[in-house]
Design a protein around this ligand. Structure first.
Ligand SMILES: [Zn+2]
Length: 468
């Protein structure tokens, strides 16, 4: 494979910040130093005045994700290409067990993921924790490199598991150096509220928020943490949106319990006012958990500062707003008469790095190191990808982003590379833009132009999860 040199960039990792050159060979960082000399035949990328960052690691995406009557619109080609344009070079996507065994489900996921343009791994979703699934967890962890699983305390009849299943899966994960991720909301109570709302004729998209109160996220998060304490297992709370849930995480961490949590850009920058949009527009913002009162945002920024939240991922789960020619499966319009039928999810994989850079580094006194930690290093460490991913170091994969911290631009759906027909952040002005992206030393994005190839992303076997 080829050799390249990235010259004079400001290299930023979770701990370092200095100007140097990076020599890349055979897909990895070979040498970092001052004034590295190369022959005239070696491509040189001048990064003077720009940041050189490790490629982003997004540990929460749903590509070609099928559940019931819905399927996300991005396949592994379009979803990963969109990620690359946003400076993300590794995804840990969700593989849904559905009505299969976990092993069979993973086989199907691998087939779909062959199209990936960036590196990928999967968390396996367990919706049935029986003896077979528990036994297969061992094989998935030790033979397949799948060191994390996701369980739900929400969506009864589809994904929800009971406390016993959660407890058993946590112990099995603990015994095998893996980690359980949990979508924590009280699914039973929420289902009652949904049926009551529909019976009262409340069918519009804003009732999605009204029927998923933040205290029910707090209650489930506390319950999950308590069960994990008994299991003596690390646990990771996905897409944390509510102050009550953050309180539970903070209290547990203060006691030294290995609880980790992520939040997502939409919870940091948007609030429930979006549900007051006229007509069906609010359906664009129907994701789970829903957007909260503004006060929760302040608490989430506090949590990022105090390391009670360790990761920012996207929960990229794209359903188009408008009906699609290839069927209603992919569209929010499915729920035009009933908010409970609006597919839950929103796009975001392409805008994460610039949004967090602009909102965090420029506007919330976040250091650039912390920005890298939240978007690349911590997720890589927690999910067994570090030091191959999540940093720039000798021997690590040459997944590198050249980023202009001062370039201004405006987010527009039509300029995104996902198949989705909207963005949550239409018209938002951003300072900080991805200029070039390298995957394993190969230039895949250059000033908005795609040089990557369908299928060039690799499946990455992961090591132990649950430590940082
Ligand atoms: Zn999700």
């Amino acid at each position: 494979m080829s050799t390249i040199l990235i010259k004079n960039g400001q290299i930023v990792t979770a701990t370092d910040d200095y100007v140097a050159d990076i020599l890349v060979q055979d897909g990895r960082v070979h040498t970092i130093g001052k004034e590295i000399e190369v022959g005239a035949d070696i491509p040189v990328h001048d990064a003077s005045g720009l940041l050189v960052l490790p490629g982003g690691v997004d540990v929460h995406t749903h590509l070609e994700f099928n559940f019931g009557d819905f399927e996300t619109i991005d396949d592994f080609e379009t979803g990963t290409r969109s990620a690359a344009f946003g400076g993300t070079t590794t995804l840990v996507d969700f593989c849904n067990q559905g009505d299969k065994t976990p092993m069979d489900a993973l086989e199907g996921w691998h087939k779909r993921a062959e199209k990936a343009c960036v590196d990928v791994s999967a968390h396996v979703i367990l919706n049935k924790v029986d003896d077979e699934a528990l036994a297969q967890m061992r094989g998935l962890i030790h033979d397949e490199g799948i060191s994390s699983f996701k369980l739900f305390t929400a969506y009864p009849g589809i994904f929800m598991v009971d406390d016993a299943g959660l407890f058993k899966a946590m112990r099995q994960a603990r015994d095998n150096n893996a980690m359980i991720c949990v979508h924590a909301e009280n699914g039973g109570v929420i289902e009652v509220l949904i049926q009551e709302a529909l019976a009262a004729g409340h069918t519009g998209p804003k009732y999605h928020e009204a029927t998923r109160p933040s205290i029910m996220e707090g209650e489930a998060t506390q319950r999950v943490i308590t069960i994990s304490e008994l299991a003596e297992a690390p646990v990771y709370i996905v897409h944390l949106s509510a102050s009550e849930a953050l309180d539970a995480v903070t209290r547990a961490r203060d006691r030294g319990v290995p609880v980790f949590a992520e939040t997502c850009p939409h919870y940091l920058f948007l609030d429930k006012q979006e549900y007051e949009r006229p007509g069906f527009e609010a359906a664009k913002f129907v994701m789970t958990p829903p957007l909260r009162e503004c006060s929760h945002q302040h608490d989430l920024w506090r949590g990022l500062k105090t390391d009670d939240l360790q990761v920012i991922s996207t929960d990229h789960c794209p359903f188009c707003f408008h009906e699609q020619p290839n069927g209603i499966l992919y569209s929010k319009q499915q729920g035009v008469d009933n908010f409970n039928k609006i597919p839950n999810g929103a796009p975001g994989v392409e805008t994460r790095l610039p949004l967090v850079f602009d909102g965090g580094v420029h506007k919330h006194q976040m250091s650039i190191n912390r920005f890298v930690q939240l978007t690349a290093t911590a997720p890589a460490k927690l999910f067994g990808l570090f030091p191959r991913k999540g940093t720039i170091a000798v021997g690590s994969d040459a997944d590198i982003v050249i980023f202009d911290p001062n370039q201004k631009w405006t987010i527009k759906a039509e300029q995104q590379h996902s198949k989705i027909d909207y963005t949550l952040f239409e018209g938002k002005e951003i300072m900080g833009k991805v200029r070039k992206v390298f995957l394993g030393g190969r230039l895949i994005v250059e000033e908005g132009t795609w040089h990557g190839k369908r299928g060039m992303g690799k499946f990455v076997k992961r090591g132990n999860a649950g430590k940082i």
